[in-house]
Design a protein around this ligand. Structure first.
Ligand code: ZN
Length: 171
């Protein structure tokens, strides 16, 4: 397994719309395992392929406290949405920031699992929020897009400044 590099806001590659996956094969399953390893190492609860610069419709998630319920969703589509929930969301591509975002509390999502079988899943609460957040990534959308322009540009400037300082330290 290999750890993958996570793109950070405002990297323009995060705005790419991901393409449907045609074939679920061993190569894809290896990539799914790499994404899971990357997500666990970063202490995240979800990761979309877009975030590691692979523009295919795939996301992984594990919202369990024991970190032993990995889930891979290939070509996910939300079929139904219901209710409203507001949570403090973070994102591995926007490190260090947590902001309140409103989402549907319950969703029904259809996807292919890692064997290529079609699955319909009813998700609630944190899992529902996480899947909506990750599907946004596949459409080139970030949680900061739900914030005001003022807040978003403040976060962008701070992250750009931190990145310049990190570059200065290593170079
Ligand atoms: Zn994210």
């Amino acid at each position: 397994m290999a750890k993958l590099k996570i793109l950070e806001f405002p990297d323009p590659r995060l705005r790419t719309k991901a393409a449907l996956i045609d074939v679920v094969d061993d190569q894809l399953r290896i990539f799914i395992d790499d994404m899971l390893e990357t997500m666990y190492e970063a202490s995240g609860i979800g990761l979309a392929a877009t975030q590691v610069d692979v523009h295919k419709r795939l996301l992984v998630t594990d919202v369990s406290s024991e970190k032993n319920e990995p889930l891979a969703l290939i070509n996910p589509v939300i079929l139904e949405k219901d209710g409203v929930i507001v949570t403090g969301e973070g994102c591995l591509s926007v490190p260090g920031y947590y902001e309140e975002v409103e989402r549907a509390e319950n969703i029904k999502v259809r996807f292919l699992d890692r064997e290529g079988d079609e699955v319909e899943l009813d998700a609630q609460g944190l899992l529902a929020v996480c899947i909506q957040h990750e599907i946004d990534h596949l459409d080139g959308k970030l949680f900061v897009d739900y914030l005001s322009e003022v807040k978003r540009s403040r976060i962008r400037k701070k992250l750009e400044k931190e990145r310049r300082q990190q570059t200065a330290v290593v170079s």
